[in-house]
Design a protein around this ligand. Structure first.
Ligand SMILES: [Fe+2]
Length: 233
């Protein structure tokens, strides 16, 4: 059983993004999460204007569908939905326009950026999120190419009030060798606030079961991760 009992990043709502595509597939993975010891999952479909124009209503509908299915299966999991916001001009405008955004726990908001270049609006967006009372969490910092050669940036993001969420499978080198290197550096520097599975499918889940046997996973668990604080809410 994992001591990590809450996950804050996955794509287990069917048909909304590049994650799970059916209720059956979702339930199978939920059962797997439950077997690993998870009690609470915050499921975070991509919101990306052109590719995944998900809305709070559409997300809620799919959440209800899998909650019902999980209940029928007798799974003791608390399921919640938020989003993984892609940082672009559309998201930035919705921040400025005071639009309702999907949050979880202590007003946390999960966001990602493009993988190659550091967005020009990165710091400004963090400032705006904080100004609106959100606690911004940057998804998988270790996966961005602009982070591979600029570890100081991670410190600057934290100094500016961003929380960092590591993808567990980064520890195994699944995404890339540099992403693994950055993840080890972030763990060594104790700069991870949340661990996330970013689980999209069975393949990610199977790998997760291997990742949790690795020494850096044990090292990660020794940090003051905020995951389990969600269980108290
Ligand atoms: Fe994701």
């Amino acid at each position: 059983m994992l001591p990590l009992q809450a996950d804050i990043h996955s794509h287990l709502l069917p048909g909304l993004d590049d994650g799970v595509q059916s209720v059956e597939e979702s339930v199978q993975l939920l059962r797997g999460f439950s077997e690993l010891g998870y009690k609470h999952l915050v499921i975070t479909p991509h919101i990306l204007s052109d590719f995944y124009p998900n809305t709070p209503n559409g997300i809620k509908k799919q959440l209800n569908a899998i909650q019902e299915a999980a209940e029928k299966e007798g799974l003791a999991l608390k399921l919640e939905a938020a989003a993984e916001y892609y940082l672009d001009e559309v998201f930035f405008k919705s921040l400025l326009a005071d639009e309702d955004l999907l949050t979880f726990g202590d007003n946390y908001i999960l966001f990602e950026t493009g993988f190659v270049n550091q967005p020009a609006i990165l710091f400004d967006a963090i400032f705006r999120m904080k100004a609106r009372g959100f606690k911004p969490i940057l998804a998988h910092p270790e996966r961005y190419e602009y982070m591979y050669h600029n570890y100081e940036l991670a410190q600057e993001l934290v100094d500016r009030g961003a929380l960092l969420q590591l993808n567990l499978n980064s520890i195994s080198g699944y995404y890339s060798a540099p992403a693994r290197k950055v993840s080890e550096w972030l763990i060594d520097k104790k700069m991870i606030h949340f661990a996330g599975t970013d689980c999209h499918n069975q393949k990610h889940y199977n790998l997760l079961k291997e990742t949790i046997k690795l020494p850096y996973f044990d090292k990660l668990l020794k940090l003051d991760l905020l995951n389990n604080t969600l269980l108290e809410a």
